[in-house]
Design a binder for this molecule. Structure first.
Ligand SMILES: [Zn+2]
Length: 65
């Protein structure tokens, strides 16, 4: 069983299909349309920078008892 997931709808796409790796021509067109409209933007993830400390602070469980 050679199937992969359609990049557009995540449905199984049949290996060897003319629309492979998409499940259908519709999904292929959608994917191409996404590229054409620059829907796939390489946006940088917003990472909150609270300082230059590389290690995250440990949970508040360091209370000496
Ligand atoms: Zn699909």
């Amino acid at each position: 069983m050679n199937t992969v997931k359609c990049p557009t709808c995540r449905q199984p796409a049949a290996f060897g299909s003319p629309d492979f790796p998409f499940c259908s021509d519709r999904c292929r067109q959608i994917d191409l349309g996404n590229w054409a409209t620059e829907k796939y933007v390489f946006s940088t993830p917003v990472i909150p920078t609270g300082g230059e400390e590389g290690a995250p602070l440990p949970p508040d469980a360091g209370e000496e008892d």
